[in-house]
Design a protein around this ligand. Structure first.
Ligand code: NAP
Ligand code: MG
Length: 396
């Protein structure tokens, strides 16, 4: 008997090896064990070009309507891709388009499997990095100046010379908005509640008293006004920590929390955390809207072009499908949470368990074999998926 759901899941298909694996995951796992309405949007580079990227916008709007979306990795075109696919133009990153329409925050969550060694071995539980994706150094105003004392900052009411330095140098101005920071704070608190994890937000407010102070103040206000009771009911906590203290705490911790970071800090620390947990094939990414009502899940890795080239030549591939499977299990999980369907939540968790058991039973792809000491011979992607299917059945 298949596990059913009634409200749709929006599926966005993608490109290259990621899409080849995607089809197999659907065939061997999703369609095999789950049944319900799935609305498919073809986000392949060819179809985005054909529809002048309208398909990406339509897909994102459908995710907003139905609240749950799952996305395969897609090519973000560069000049070379424009030539390779004779594209009409350099279409924007689908993830950027979708993020703007959903208006949310991206949470990167590692998948932990007991026999896959971590670079930081005591990271027993996930550390979920939430990066603010607006402003700061990513919308900079930069000046290279022969005389820094010539720089003036003028507002409607004031005029100031920030530097009294008669010297050549550089100048940088950055900004953020109250609205964007508030949306970020709400996404982060909603995600902590959904996942049942404590929440930390780190800034350098001791140095940037006004700038980072503003971030800290908004987080505190929104927490106190809208979330404190809900956190208390679930026995969870929120704390602001200085970023340098937090980095030290993270390294010493066993994991098990959401770590919210400003744009640049999040860019840097998400890569540190990803390395600490092992492989790109074991990192998922969840986009949650600020009101906590809309979620889109995907693997954090790309389309794995190098493996696709080998597959095109007829070689067997051993690309790791785990993060893409977890994109599906997370989508099913949130569908279950939103619709109050416990059997769907449990079904999604059972599939995750089957994946872990498969790896723990010594069956894994090449990337994991490279991490595991005295590993077995790696299997192909298809063999791995077949083993997960068998293990899922045996869990009954
Ligand atoms: P990538 O697809 O993540 O692959 C980079 C390398 O990481 C691979 O060559 C492979 O290493 C390893 N890897 C990644 N995922 C793996 C998996 N599931 N199993 C085993 N190994 C894995 O990044 P890329 O090659 O830089 O980008 C390829 C395309 O993906 C680009 O067109 C880019 O625009 C797109 N992209 C899309 C997204 C998205 O849709 N979210 C994200 C990133 C990139 P080895 O070759 O050493 O085996
Ligand atoms: Mg980075």
């Amino acid at each position: 008997m298949k596990i059913t759901f009634e409200n749709p899941i929006v599926e966005m298909t993608g490109d290259e090896m990621a899409q080849v694996m995607w089809d197999w995951i659907k065939e061997y796992l999703i369609n095999e064990f789950f049944e319900g309405p799935i609305l498919v949007y073809d986000l392949s580079i060819q179809n985005r070009d054909k529809t002048e990227d309208q398909v990406t916008i339509d897909a994102a709007k459908a995710v907003v309507t139905y609240r749950v979306g799952v996305k395969c990795a897609t090519i973000t075109p560069d000049e070379e891709r424009v030539k390779e696919f004779s594209l009409k133009k350099l279409w924007p990153s689908p993830n950027g388009t979708i993020r703007n329409i959903i208006n949310g925050t991206v949470f990167r969550e590692p998948i932990i499997i007991s026999n896959v060694p971590r670079l930081i071995p005591h990271w027993r539980l996930p550390i979920i990095v939430a990066r603010h994706a607006y402003g700061d150094q990513y919308k900079p105003f930069e000046i290279r100046s022969n005389n820094l004392s010539e720089i003036e900052i003028k507002t409607a009411s004031t005029q100031q010379k920030p530097f009294d330095l008669n010297e050549e140098g550089i100048f940088l101005a950055i900004h953020n908005t109250k609205k964007s920071i508030e949306g970020f704070a709400r996404s982060v608190f909603n995600f902590s509640l959904l996942r049942g994890y404590d929440c930390y937000f780190s800034t350098k407010n001791t140095i940037l008293k006004t700038y980072d102070g503003f971030f800290k103040e908004i987080f505190e206000q929104i927490f106190q006004n809208e979330f404190a009771n809900k956190f208390e009911a679930k026995n969870l906590k929120y704390e602001h920590r200085l970023i340098d203290d937090m980095v030290a705490k993270v390294l010493k911790s066993e994991g098990g929390f959401v770590w919210a970071l400003k744009n640049y800090d999040g860019d840097v620390e998400s890569d540190m955390v990803a390395q600490g947990f092992g492989s790109l094939g074991l990192m998922t990414s969840v986009l949650l809207s600020s009101d906590g009502k809309v979620v889109e899940t995907e693997a954090a890795h790309g389309t794995v072009t190098r493996h696709y080239r080998a597959w095109q030549k007829g070689e067997s591939v051993s690309t790791n499908p785990i993060a893409s499977i977890f994109a599906w299990t997370q989508a099913l999980y949130y569908r279950g949470i939103f619709d109050n369907k416990l059997d769907l939540v449990q079904g999604a968790q059972k599939l995750e368990k089957a994946v872990r058991q498969t790896v723990e039973g010594g069956v894994y792809t090449r990337d994991l074999a490279a991490l595991i000491p005295q590993s077995n011979q790696p299997v192909t992607t298809l063999e791995f998926l077949q083993a997960v299917q068998r293990n899922f059945r045996n869990l009954d």
